[in-house]
Design a protein around this ligand. Sequence first.
Ligand SMILES: [Zn+2]
Ligand SMILES: [Zn+2]
Length: 365
Amino acid sequence: MSTATAAVFARAGAPLEIREYPVLPPAPGTALLSLERSGICGTDLHIIEGRLAIPPGFIPGHEFIGRITALGAGDGKDALGAQLRPGDLAIACVAQPCGCCPTCASGETASCLHFGVTNIRSPDEAPHLFGGFATALHQRTANLVRLPDGLDLDAVAAFPCAGPTAIRAIAYAGGIRAGELVVVQGTGPVGLFAIAWAKRAGAQVVAIGSGSQPRRIALAREVGAGAVWDYRAVDAGERARRVRALAGERGGADVVIEASGSPSAIPEGLELLRTRGRYIVPGQYSSSGPVAIRPELITFKALRITGSGQYTIADIATYLDFVAAHADLARSFAGCITHRYRVADAVRAIAEASAGVAVKGVFAP
Ligand SMILES: [Zn+2]
Ligand SMILES: [Zn+2]
């Protein structure tokens, strides 16, 4: 029997533990996949550092892209009804909305009140391999999305979580229209993908990033930002002046997307918007403390503020369609993957991700 290497979140605030588990055959309705790419997401860092109230005892990782090595009994159909076969590449989605709570009943399953996940499960329990930081994964076929043939694997692996997260938030806010002025706060994965998406929707996009992350600034330009302002070099007053100059008669941005995760971005977002502007907030992914805002701006500018923290499995398909439709972006997207690691080197991978060294780090074979 072969074994797989997994990085286990055994204790909050402690390094991941590298363990070996036997690779068992897939149960009915599931597939066994071997690792191709598995991204390290900011949420994983929040979990491992103990900043989210999720108790330890599982294999983190929710951005697993693998090759199907075996299928259990069952119809072998993916989440969207495509037939899966051994050898196919697929993205594993960990989300399991309940399907029957009031928000699920309203069709907004991305905001299920009783969200379950497939990866938070003890690896002591067979078949052990439930999380993404591993060289093999067991997943329900209903939680897989088959990758269309011919897609660049690294391009897909850049934003398998950040992309659908941005797509869902923008969809909740009614989309982005051609000619709109969009300000993206933050140039991490959610920000970079939002820039690419807004630009392809025909918007004029500017981004606010950090000059200490020159690679991210360059990528933001590459994927579609007309300008990227280093928030230290271009102060808030100057940023507001520049946005007003670009907006002309509108008086401010049509849309601001908060993708920095910094509470201090919120008061500025409210300032930069025009009357009836839309503030889209998918980026505040951990509790980083309170912030003072001017609430009267919400009233007097009649702002629309939309949060979103999850996505649906259909949003993953939308993400793949977007990557497929924009071959010109593939190189830039693939270029977002700045660091690759073996699962056995997960402790170093997490330390480097926490230090902000990588734009995007992935585990690969
Ligand atoms: Zn994620
Ligand atoms: Zn539900």
